[in-house]
Structures are given as structure tokens and as C-alpha cells.
Design a protein around this ligand. Structure first.
Ligand code: NAI
Ligand code: A1CAB
Length: 266
């Protein structure tokens, strides 16, 4: 069985550890210079300890992109041929990972979201076309406990980040605003928050069983309350335009993170 080393156990890395905990694995290792100890996870005292870990080894990189140069430089000499490195860092491309880590390890990029903690993420994956199928299968085995897996081209990864990595925050923002609007419409604050969050949970549950456009149509009685609200959202295409602008901004920020990385040196 492939041993796992997670580097960076903040919000995203911690969610992955929670997702993996459900698999009951005993071969999880962690390097983080700050995060707290976790039950069932062996903590390295330094990244140099990675060299002594059992092989084969899968390393998951979940530090901020800005920490990548330092972490890649420290990890490079600890890796062995045949190691697999999976990076969930937004905007850090395969070419930058290869430059930082050298020719030794096989590389996969993954973009999960925080629902990984519950095994309910959707994870975009990309790799070089030259990566053998067996290695792709290993990456999928590593990530399967976190949720659904979707392979994309590397050139599509920033757009995928804008949808699946950042996407949950857009729905949370809408639920926050719905709660405020519900309060303005006369509900007590607590009930407004419960009902708005409840609607989000209900929509997520329904989206698991139906195409989202079909689910929307099923909720929307002709001439009813939902139609009145959707007409406002869609007036002159404004929600479509705003959503396109927001998703493009997230994708552009991911691309910008990559450009900033080019200027950082370890
Ligand atoms: N937060 C999210 O919803 C998602 C985040 N990501 C990606 O995951 C990565 C981590 O993001 P978050 O967990 O949100 O950040 P975070 O700041 O919560 O966690 C980063 C962790 O890395 C550790 N760290 C920083 N520098 C280090 C170093 N040199 N050596 C060892 N550990 C170090 C920190 O102590 C911290 O625990 C980012 O690259 C982000 O793009 C991807 C998908 C979703
Ligand atoms: O906001 C970010 O940059 C990270 C990547 C996707 C979600 N969180």
C-alpha cells in the first residue's frame, strides 16, 4: 500500500485528512510547520524526514502557492524515482512543479474543495498526456475518498479551480445574501439564516439526483413565486453576466498566482 505524506494541513489539507480518516488508513504522514498534531497521523519533525518514509510514497502538496518555491526546493532531494506528487495548489502548473521537483517524481494536479472532509467534494484532475494510466489510477485511488473525480486538460485547470475549488463560496455568499433579504422581508434573523442555509442544502441534495436545469424548472411553477424571483435575477441577463465576470476573475487570479510564482525564488 502506498504511504501518504501531506504537506500543509490548513483548511484544505485538514479537510483531506478528515476525508481520508474515513478510510481508516494507518500510513498517513504530515509535514506542516505550524498546524496542530492529528490523531492517527505521524508528524515529521522536518521535511528532510520524508527521505526515510516507506516506499512507494504519494506526496500531496497543500500549502499556499506562495510557499511553493520553498517547499518544492526542500522536498526535491527527499523524493525517490517512482514517488507520486499530487498538488492541490491553485495556479501552480505542472511545468513549475517539474522545475521545482526535478525529473524524479510523477506529477498530478488536483483541485478539490472543502467538502473533501465529508467525502463530498468534486475534484478536477490534470496530468501530462505522457503520464501512464497506472499512475493516473494511483492518483484516483488517493483522491477517491474525497469525492467525485473529473479529469480536465491542464489548460482548463484555472477555469476548473474557479468552479470546483472556489465554487462552494459563491453558493455560501448567495445564501448569506438570501438570509439578509429574508430578514428585510420580515423574517427574524435566525429563521432567515436557517431557511437560507436550508435552501442551499436542499438544492445540493436535489442536484445529486437531477440535472440542475431540470431541477430548477421543477421548482418554478408557471406564474408563481419562483418565476417572479428568477425574472429579477435574469433581467437583461444580469445574473449571467455577473456570474461570467466572477468566474473569469477567479480563473484569472489563479493564472496570476502562477505568474507571481515565476518571480519568487526559493
Ligand atoms: N481552501 C480551499 O477551499 C482550497 C484550497 N486549495 C489550495 O490548497 C492550498 C492550501 O490552501 P488552504 O488550506 O486554504 O491554506 P491554509 O493557509 O489554511 O493552509 C496552508 C498550510 O500550509 C502550512 N505551511 C505554510 N508554509 C509551509 C511550509 N513552508 N512548510 C510546511 N507547511 C507550511 C501552514 O502552516 C498551513 O497549515 C492552496 O494552494 C490552495 O490553492 C485548493 C482547493 C480549495
Ligand atoms: O481561493 C483560493 O485561491 C483557493 C483555491 C480554490 C479555493 N480556495
Amino acid at each position: 500500500m502506498t504511504a501518504r505524506l501531506l504537506i500543509g494541513a490548513g483548511a484544505m489539507g485538514g479537510a483531506m485528512l478528515d476525508g481520508w480518516a474515513a478510510e481508516g488508513r494507518s500510513d498517513l504522514h504530515l509535514w506542516d510547520r505550524r498546524a496542530a498534531d492529528r490523531a492517527g497521523v505521524a508528524r515529521l519533525t522536518a521535511i528532510a524526514d520524508a527521505a526515510a518514509l516507506p516506499r512507494p510514497l504519494a506526496v500531496v502538496l497543500a500549502v499556499k502557492p506562495q510557499a511553493a518555491p520553498e517547499v518544492l526546493a526542500a522536498l526535491r532531494s527527499q523524493l525517490r524515482p517512482g514517488d507520486l506528487v499530487v498538488s492541490v495548489m491553485a495556479g501552480v502548473g505542472l511545468a513549475a512543479l517539474r522545475r521545482g521537483l526535478g525529473e524524479g517524481p510523477d506529477l498530478v494536479r488536483a483541485m478539490p474543495n472543502l467538502a473533501a472532509a465529508l467525502g463530498r467534494a468534486v475534484v478536477a484532475l490534470s496530468a501530462s498526456p505522457a503520464l501512464p494510466l497506472a499512475r493516473r489510477a494511483e492518483a484516483m485511488a488517493l483522491l477517491r475518498a474525497l469525492g467525485a473525480l473529473v479529469w480536465v486538460e491542464e489548460s482548463e485547470m484555472d477555469a476548473a479551480t474557479a468552479l470546483c475549488g472556489s465554487g462552494p463560496a459563491y453558493f455560501f455568499r448567495l445564501a448569506e445574501l438570501m438570509a439578509q433579504a429574508g430578514e428585510a422581508a420580515g423574517l427574524p434573523a435566525t429563521a432567515a439564516r436557517q431557511l437560507a442555509a436550508g435552501a442551499l442544502i436542499s438544492a445540493g441534495a436535489l442536484a445529486q439526483t437531477a440535472d440542475v436545469a431540470d431541477a430548477r424548472r421543477a421548482v418554478t411553477s408557471p406564474g408563481g413565486a419562483t418565476a417572479a424571483a428568477l425574472a429579477r435575477f435574469d433581467h437583461e441577463g444580469r445574473l449571467a453576466a455577473l456570474t461570467a465576470e466572477a468566474v473569469a476573475a477567479a480563473a484569472e487570479r489563479a493564472a496570476e498566482l502562477a505568474r507571481e510564482l515565476e518571480t519568487l525564488t526559493p
